[in-house]
Design a protein around this ligand. Structure first.
Ligand code: N01
Length: 544
């Protein structure tokens, strides 16, 4: 029986639900609000103590979204009536404020239970329900299980020798101490130069005495065109926000722009240069996801794009040896095949005398010592070492839960020879389970709120289809899964993605299978697929 949604989250040891939603970031909040509006008895649980998901956990200084505010929000216009972002690219504090506003307006707190980690869940064939157990022993029995557990959650810390013998402070970027360390007068090391590291380095460069950055692979960061909204620079007006949100489903990456409709060498060299200059001026991800349509697919086109970036970037770096490391003449990998972050003065930081760049390719870390890090060249003492070394992306937050399917198999075992999903949303043998922002979907190539709505609406519609048609279970067929995986592999194979060691292909985690983890068909094609499946009576699913 469905309720009016006015259920309170209680401390019962067993709770009966229509839908259990796990993960209180953008996707989970959206699910709870809209499921409840439709009368479902839904509960949202999260391991953290507040809303935010990735924004709750990641508290490093300088954390900031690199999708502009008009795009990085829910489309509900009501939410904009009394909330205005203060910057074009809001920081973590502002995003948490936004989510506080959203969750109050949507009144979701009474159906949210924090500090609740779902350690395992098993499908009960007889009851046709999921039975999910939290770390505190509470069991939640739900007709549907929706995992909104995030795609960059499970920290990866390399197993450096003797790291346990180091006596200074050591932490991962995503586990920033809640009591912020005092950086004044300190020697600090940052290992890694991914998106997290770029933001941390920008912030710490001015706060510490000495900063050493350990780089294995250069980062092709692009300049962020930040705007502080004020009397002069006003936020974009409501009708433009609506317009910008409305075109998301037509853009490859769920933004209000998309790739140019022509190939790189269709333009003359002069026109190409002008095009790159224009994109550079417009800024942000335009120089990545708004450039020539063949950039991520054709090596020569990619190289043109890289060369322009390289020349612009090298001009910002004083020491040619440092420039060779940060923006080498020959690309370390195809431009855009590792996630490009936006930077604010990142490259200039390496012109400062108190900032040192260590090339880990030339002088790898051999081990930690009591006082710091020993590379193949020297021993370096540090007060604080920060590992900005990434995550077990896209699959980690799903496979770490002991999810038992219909035949008892764990999801992580089912995926051990390769991830198989249908539509990047479901898996065979796991009826009535949906996961969002996960593998084989546009996920990380589509901004969070866009994906939360795009996938979220489809999940809600599907659950409602089942309710309205007296269907107890919906399960992807093996054949549909096989075909979807084939589709994902083929699309990635036609691109330059597979040639780069990145977390997009699972290459950052030792022992993880190297395979495409993102759907490269773009948001419009993905959206078309979801709609087609629905319009053809949930083709590829068995409904009973
Ligand atoms: O992680 P990463 P991240 N020894 O995996 C290096 C999102 N995000 O936390 O490239 C030495 O990208 C590794 O080197 P290499 C965003 O989607 C968004 O920075 O593997 N170094 C790399 O430099 C982002 O992409 C935002 O050679 C080692 C770094 O560590 C994603 O989160 C902000 C190493 C890891 O980079 C993840 O970003 C922040 C080793 N053994 C994050 N192992 C915004 O929206 C790894 N590295 C702004």
């Amino acid at each position: 029986t469905l309720t009016d949604g006015s259920n309170a989250a209680t401390e019962n040891t067993q709770q009966e639900l229509d839908v259990l939603v796990v993960g209180a970031g953008f996707a989970g909040i959206y699910q709870l609000k809209h499921l409840r509006d439709l009368g479902y008895k839904a509960l949202l649980v999260d391991n953290g103590s507040e809303y935010g998901g990735t924004w709750y956990w990641n508290r490093y200084p300088g954390i900031r979204v690199d999708t502009s505010a008009p795009q990085y929000q829910f489309s509900d216009p009501d939410l904009r009536k009394d909330f205005e972002f203060k910057q074009r690219f809001p920081g973590g504090v502002e995003i948490r404020k936004y989510l506080k506003h959203v969750t109050e307006r949507w009144d979701v707190r009474k159906d949210t239970k924090f500090d609740t980690y779902i350690a395992s869940a098993a499908w009960d064939n007889e009851a046709t329900k999921w039975s999910a157990t939290a770390a505190d022993g509470t069991t939640y029995r739900a007709k549907f299980l929706v995992l909104c557990t995030g795609c960059l959650v499970d920290e990866f810390v390399p197993k450096w020798k003797d790291v346990d013998k180091y006596t200074g402070q050591f932490f991962h970027s995503s586990s920033w101490p809640r009591k912020a360390p005092n950086f004044k007068g300190k020697k600090v090391a940052v290992i890694g130069t991914g998106a997290s590291a770029v933001q941390i380095i920008q912030e710490l460069a001015n706060a510490v005495d000495e900063l050493t950055v350990f780089q294995r692979t250069p980062n092709t960061a692009l300049p962020m065109r930040q705007v502080d909204y004020d009397e002069v620079n006003k936020p974009i007006p409501e009708d433009e926000v609506r317009e910008s949100l409305a075109v998301r489903m037509k853009s490859f990456c769920g933004f209000d722009f998309t790739f140019l409709p022509r190939k790189c060498f269709e333009d003359t060299p002069e026109k190409r240069l002008q095009t790159y200059e224009n994109l550079w001026k417009e800024g942000d991800f335009k120089y990545w996801l708004g450039t020539y349509i063949d950039t991520l697919f054709v090596e020569e086109a990619n190289r043109e794009c890289y060369n322009f970036w390289r020349d612009k970037t090298r001009a910002r770096i004083h020491d040619p040896k440092v420039a060779d490391l940060l923006a080498p003449m020959e690309p370390a990998y195809a431009f855009g095949t590792k996630r490009i972050p936006l930077e604010q003065g990142y490259f200039e930081i390496f012109n400062s005398p108190h900032v040192e760049l260590v090339d880990l390719k030339a002088t790898p870390i051999e081990r930690f010592t009591e006082k710091g890090i020993k590379t193949s060249a020297e021993e370096m003492p540090f007060d604080i070492v920060i590992a900005a070394t990434g995550f077990d992306a896209l699959t980690g937050s799903l496979t770490r839960i002991n999810l038992h399917g219909k035949d008892g198999t764990l999801l992580k075992d089912q995926w051990k020879d390769g991830v198989k999903t249908y539509l990047g949303l479901t898996a065979h043998n796991f009826p009535n389970l949906f996961f969002q922002y996960g593998p084989q979907a546009p996920s990380v190539l589509c901004n969070g709120p866009t994906c939360a709505e795009l996938q979220g609406n489809w999940v809600i519609e599907t659950i409602t289809h089942c309710r309205d048609h007296g269907i107890s279970t919906i399960e992807a067929t093996e054949a549909a899964e096989e075909e979807w995986r084939g589709n994902v592999v083929q699309l990635a194979g036609a691109s330059l993605l597979m040639g780069t060691n990145s977390w997009y292909v699972g290459a950052n985690i030792p022992g993880k299978l190297r395979e495409p983890l993102v759907y490269l068909g773009g948001v419009p094609k993905y959206y078309e697929n979801l709609n087609a499946v629905r319009d053809h009576g949930y083709e590829g699913f068995v409904l009973e």
